[in-house]
Design a protein. Structure first.
Length: 396
C-alpha cells in the first residue's frame, strides 16, 4: 500500500452494511466548507502556503528543512502503521482498532512540541503521539490484540498507558502536574482527549483543579467533530476552547490539520506551563476521516460531502505541497519514504502474526482479591462454551 493511497484511504463500513440504503438519517454539515475561521490559528493553508502569524511565528521560524521533512515522515509512517492496524483487525488479528486517520498533524505537531522530561497522558487513539515518545507500534498492537496491558513502561518514555475510560486521564494528568509543581520541577504535562470527552465530568473537575492550583498542564482536545455518531453541536453552543474562560485560564483553537500550527501552539502552551503560568486548553480543530473504531460504520450518520471536503484539507498532502513549493524535498526523499513506509507495514504485520492468541480466561483474574462465587460460576460457564468449539471441531 503506497503512501499516496493511504493518504486518500476512505473509511470502510461494517461488514455487510449498506448504510446508504437503510434510510438512516445522515448528517451533512457545512462547517467544513466555511471560509477562514478568524479564531483559528493557521500557519499552513490547505494549499500548502505559509501564513504569517505575529504571535506564533517565533515558535517555528527556526525550523530547518530537515526538521520539516521529519514532521512529514512522522505523519506518513504513523498513517501507514494505522492503515496496517485497520487491515489486521479486519482480518481477525486484532480485537479492535481506533484509527487516527486525518488527525496526524494534531498528534505529530503537539507530540514533537514536548520535551523528554514532559509527561504525556493519552486516551486510546494517540498513536502518533506514542510514535513521537518512542513507543514501539507493536506494543500498541499487542494491547489491541489482548496479549498485554500496554507493553511499555510509562516512566521509560514519560508516556502513560492508554486510557479507555473517557476523560479520566485528565484528572490523572492534573494530579501529576500538581505533584511536579510541588517538587519544583520545570517540566510540564499534556493530557489528550476528544470532543466527546470534553462533556465528561472528569474533564470539568480537572479544569477546576488545574486552574485553582495553577497546575503546569496543557489540555489538548482533538476536536474531530464526531463523538462516535454525536456531532459537536449536540454537546456545546460555543467553540470548545472557549470553555477555558469559565475556569480562568486561556484557550486557543488551532487548525488541527496544520502540523506547523499545532507545533507552535503546543510549544507556547507548554512553555507557559513550565514557567508557572498555569494551564492552557488547546482545541485542535480537525476531522476523523475514518470510523470511530473498527466496530463503527460512519456512513450511517454522516454524508460523503462532508468527508470529501475534509479530505481536501488532508494534513499530509498540505505539508507535502509546502515542501515541494519551497524545494525542501525532492522525489528521492519521497521514494525513500515510500520504501520505509512499506517496510514498517511489513514489520508490524509480521510482529502481530507472531504474537500468541490472548488468554481467554485472563478476564476472570484480579476481579476480587479473595475470589467470588459469581466469578467462579461465570468462569465455568465460559469454559464450557469454549469446550463446545472443540467438540464441533472433533466431529462430536
Amino acid at each position: 500500500m503506497s503512501v499516496e493511497s493511504t493518504a486518500a484511504r476512505k473509511p470502510r463500513g461494517g461488514a455487510g452494511s449498506k448504510a446508504g440504503t437503510t434510510g438512516a438519517k445522515r448528517t451533512t454539515r457545512t462547517s467544513a466548507k466555511k471560509g477562514t475561521d478568524p479564531e483559528l490559528v493557521q500557519l499552513l493553508t490547505p494549499e500548502g502556503e505559509r501564513v504569517k502569524n505575529a504571535e506564533y511565528d517565533q515558535y517555528v521560524d527556526g525550523i530547518t528543512p530537515e526538521e520539516l521533512r521529519g514532521l512529514y515522515r512522522d505523519m506518513v509512517l504513523t498513517r501507514r502503521f494505522d492503515a496496517e492496524a485497520t487491515s489486521l483487525q479486519r482480518q481477525g488479528e486484532l480485537g479492535l482498532w481506533a484509527s487516527l486517520l486525518g488527525q496526524e498533524a494534531a498528534q505529530i505537531g503537539s507530540g514533537r512540541a514536548t520535551r523528554e522530561d514532559d509527561y504525556v497522558f493519552p486516551t486510546y487513539r494517540e498513536h502518533g503521539v506514542a510514535w513521537c515518545r518512542g513507543v514501539d507500534p507493536t506494543n500498541l498492537l499487542g494491547m489491541f490484540r489482548g496479549v498485554n496491558n500496554g507493553g511499555w513502561d510509562p516512566n521509560g518514555n514519560n508516556f502513560h498507558l492508554y486510557t479507555i475510560v473517557i476523560g479520566s486521564q485528565t484528572l490523572h494528568a492534573t494530579g501529576y502536574a500538581m505533584g511536579i509543581a510541588k517538587d519544583g520541577a520545570d517540566s510540564a504535562v499534556i493530557a489528550y482527549f476528544g470532543d466527546g470527552a470534553s462533556s465528561q465530568g472528569d474533564v470539568a473537575e480537572s479544569f477546576t483543579f488545574a486552574a485553582v492550583y495553577n497546575a503546569p498542564v496543557v489540555f489538548f482536545c482533538q476536536n474531530n467533530q464526531w463523538a462516535i455518531s454525536e456531532p459537536t453541536e449536540k454537546q456545546t453552543r460555543v467553540p470548545l476552547y472557549q470553555r477555558a474562560q469559565g475556569y480562568g485560564f486561556p484557550g486557543v483553537r488551532v487548525d488541527g490539520n496544520d502540523v506547523l500550527a499545532c507545533l507552535a501552539v503546543t510549544k507556547q502552551a507548554l512553555e507557559r506551563a513550565r514557567s508557572g503560568e498555569g494551564p492552557t486548553l488547546v482545541e485542535a480543530f480537525t476531522y476523523r476521516m475514518g470510523a470511530h473504531t473498527t466496530s463503527d460504520d460512519p456512513t450511517r450518520y454522516r454524508g460523503d460531502e462532508e468527508r470529501q471536503a475534509w479530505e481536501a484539507k488532508d494534513p499530509i498532502l498540505r505539508l507535502r505541497r509546502y515542501l515541494e513549493a519551497a524545494n525542501h524535498a525532492d522525489e528521492g526523499f519521497f521514494a525513500e519514504l515510500e520504501a520505509e513506509s512499506e517496510a514498517l507495514g511489513r514489520r508490524v504485520r509480521e510482529a502481530v502474526r507472531a504474537m500468541p492468541d490472548p488468554d481467554h480466561f485472563a478476564i476472570f483474574e484480579n476481579v476480587y482479591a479473595d475470589g467470588h462465587a459469581l466469578v467462579d460460576e461465570e468462569r465455568a460457564q465460559f469454559a464450557a462454551y469454549q469446550a463446545s468449539f472443540a467438540d464441533v471441531e472433533g466431529g462430536h
